[in-house]
Design a protein around this ligand. Structure first.
Ligand SMILES: CC(C)(COP(=O)(O)OP(=O)(O)OC[C@H]1O[C@@H](n2cnc3c(N)ncnc32)[C@H](O)[C@@H]1OP(=O)(O)O)[C@@H](O)C(=O)NCCC(=O)NCCS
Length: 166
């Protein structure tokens, strides 16, 4: 099985990341400046997953605000999807939350993005409602999702099960 490494995002990853952004989000992707700002943002934590050639093939970002983490971005290069890499990144971010006593994880996802919704539901995220017309490019609604308390026994069992199955 191919080896992957997860580490904190670095400036040198941004070229790979911008390619994934464009392939994932088309014209409405984040700019180089957005990532540069995020790399200097004290509340941000961005992780990259690297393949055996040391190329960043996916990334995930969170903002950490007191006892809550907000997922800002999660994308996998189309050639590397369906290999459980998004799940690995989510587990790595959960590990960070456990280490830093962050209890809740929240995010917004396009209501049409069923793949991502399936992924978050697999991780026990529940729907909290909609942010109407949240996405400016097409006025699409965002589904607000959250994890409940990840320190609860039931959540920890889910986390352990996903980790074991990877
Ligand atoms: C959503 C995305 C991050 C998933 O990445 P991935 O590495 O392919 O996902 P994984 O292989 O880890 O799969 C995790 C889960 O996602 C869901 N999933 C993945 N591909 C799916 C598909 N084609 N159809 C339905 N559900 C799917 C499943 O629940 C899957 O779990 P399973 O394998 O046990 O069924 C990826 O498709 C992507 O980068 N999309 C574009 C960017 C994006 O939409 N990001 C989310 C923004 S909120």
């Amino acid at each position: 099985m191919q080896e992957f490494v997860i580490r904190q995002m670095e400036h040198k990853d941004i070229d790979d990341i911008l390619q994934i952004e464009e392939l994932s989000y088309g014209a409405h992707h984040w700019s180089r400046d957005s990532f540069l700002i995020e790399l200097n943002n004290k509340i941000s934590s961005y992780k990259c997953i690297l393949n055996s050639e040391n190329k960043c093939v996916g990334y995930m970002g969170i903002w950490k605000i007191i006892d809550e983490a907000h997922v800002t971005n999660l994308s996998i290069h189309p050639d590397w999807r369906n290999k459980k890499l998004a799940q690995r990144l989510l587990l790595a971010s959960l590990d960070e939350c456990y280490r830093e006593k962050i209890k809740y994880i929240t995010l917004e996802v396009r209501v049409s993005n069923q793949k991502a919704i399936n992924l978050y539901e697999k991780f026990g995220f529940k729907s909290l409602g909609l942010r109407k017309k949240y996405y400016q490019d097409n006025n699409e609604d965002a589904l607000i999702m959250w994890s409940e308390n990840i320190f609860d026994k039931k959540y920890k069992e889910l986390y352990d099960r996903i980790k074991r199955d990877l």
